[in-house]
Design a protein around this ligand. Structure first.
Ligand SMILES: [Fe+2]
Length: 310
């Protein structure tokens, strides 16, 4: 069975690539390549593209793409009903792409053979002087109010028509593993959301690379990008406010996954998240079904507005 080894990118369509590029420069993604019909953005890590926008009349989410280790994986996935044949990707880093269909018909992609890019400069995180553990000696903290350098894509959240079948499909075909669930109270609870992580090779992995939400309105809920630390989150928050961008919800700390989060809206209304200090887990992690209220999914900080849960 093929196993995804990483989240590669998210792909959107939008009518104005200049507006997308302008916002994303303030958000902290760098232009990897630009053509008349496509905008490819990267972080400071070695992934050559983590956010792509294709020019088109209607703003819409096209797909998330997971990365696989070998061509054989893509050949196996191309044999799954609803999949395309492997095709060359015309994007930074090149590579091969298979377009697939989740059980509800939503598109998801598999890629391999994407060439790594040279990493971009990134400031190191200063040690943190906790109350009982002072690690930063004779050294002040001087964060600048500037775009947060995004390191990498962390996860995306997809609303789907058939939650249970989609989760089973992703576990079977991509080797993803449930980390935790969202449920409606009952005996047993009705599961309406599942956080999925990479199977990994024994090393800790992000608590989730994807969240699947049951919905009658399929599409993306948000995509999320990791930044260095709390200073990066907060300084970027101030910078984005000053630049007149639309705050969605933040700053706060999630319950499931524990991330410190900050959500913004891109010029086309898509929700994009900065996060830091998320959980990483191993096979020792025990999944739970969370049946608390929407408000309880935020431990501290700004509570998401009702439309966040729509
Ligand atoms: Fe998120």
């Amino acid at each position: 069975m093929p196993r995804a080894i990483g989240l590669s990118r998210v792909i959107y369509q939008a009518p104005d690539l200049d507006r997308m590029a302008g916002f994303m420069a303030d958000f902290g993604l760098a232009v990897a390549a630009r053509t008349a019909d496509a905008l490819y953005l990267r972080g400071t890590g070695t992934a050559p593209c983590i956010h792509a926008t294709q020019r088109g009349a209607e703003p819409r989410f096209i797909a998330g793409a997971f990365q696989f280790a070998a061509r054989e994986d893509l050949d196996a996935l191309a044999a799954v009903p609803g999949s395309s044949a492997p095709e060359r990707m015309d994007a930074p880093g090149g590579g091969l792409l298979v377009r697939m269909r989740l059980p509800g018909g939503e598109r998801i992609d598999a890629v391999c053979d994407v060439a790594e890019a040279a990493p971009l400069p990134l400031r190191a995180p200063p040690p943190f002087n906790a109350g009982a553990d002072k690690r930063r000696i004779d050294r002040p903290v001087r964060p600048r109010r500037e775009p947060a350098a995004v390191l990498r894509i962390g996860h995306f959240v997809q609303r789907v028509r058939d939650h249970d079948a989609t989760v089973a499909w992703l576990c079977r075909h991509f080797g993803l593993v449930p980390s935790d669930h969202l449920g409606i109270p009952g005996d047993p609870p009705k599961v309406i959301g599942t956080f999925l992580r990479l199977a990994g090779d024994g090393a800790p992995v992000d608590h989730h690379s994807m969240l699947v939400l049951d919905s009658s309105d399929p599409g993306v809920h948000h995509c999320s990008f990791e930044v260095q630390d709390v200073d990066a989150i907060m300084a970027a928050h101030e910078y984005l406010v000053e630049r007149g961008h639309v705050l969605d919800c933040g700053v706060g700390r999630h319950l499931l996954g524990s991330q410190i989060f900050d959500y913004w809206r891109d010029p086309f209304g898509f929700r994009v998240e900065h996060y830091t200090d998320g959980d990483v887990v191993t096979a020792a992690h025990q999944p739970e079904v969370f049946t608390g209220t929407a408000g309880e999914t935020t431990q501290w900080g700004m509570k998401p507005p009702p439309e966040f849960f729509a």
